[in-house]
Design a protein around this ligand. Structure first.
Ligand SMILES: [Zn+2]
Length: 121
């Protein structure tokens, strides 16, 4: 089964746009004045604690979105470079079914399985 790169690219670009929109909404909703303060995120007063909890949650969400964005961008870069669909670890082609489900996948199924096994230690 051949992979329709043009379709994949459209899909990746669409997802990327959606994520960028989400990111924008997050920053509009939150407007973090001090994004990354050093030390403990927990304030002295309860009010502050709630606020930092909110901030923490938003930052975590933002981090997740940014990570996804990076994955999409690297997939798009690989399409441009002509290396799309190859596993980052072993260099073998990633299963088309896997790419169908997860176009930004960077590893083939067996490398991914191996990695999650290692991470579980
Ligand atoms: Zn692999």
């Amino acid at each position: 089964m051949a992979l329709d790169i043009a379709k994949v690219r459209t899909r990746l670009e669409g997802d990327k746009k959606r994520l960028l929109g989400e990111l924008e909404q997050l920053s509009v909703a939150g407007r973090p004045s001090e994004e990354r303060r050093e030390g403990s995120p927990f304030g002295k007063r309860e009010e502050e604690a709630t606020e930092s909890l909110e901030l923490e949650r938003r930052l975590a969400l933002e981090r997740g979105i940014k990570e996804q964005l990076t994955a999409f961008e690297s997939a798009l870069a690989k399409i441009t470079a002509g290396t799309y669909g190859k596993c980052d670890v072993c260099g073998k082609p990633i299963e088309p079914a896997r790419l169908e489900a997860l176009p930004q996948a960077r590893r083939c199924m067996s490398c991914k399985t191996l990695e999650s096994k290692n991470a579980k230690r």
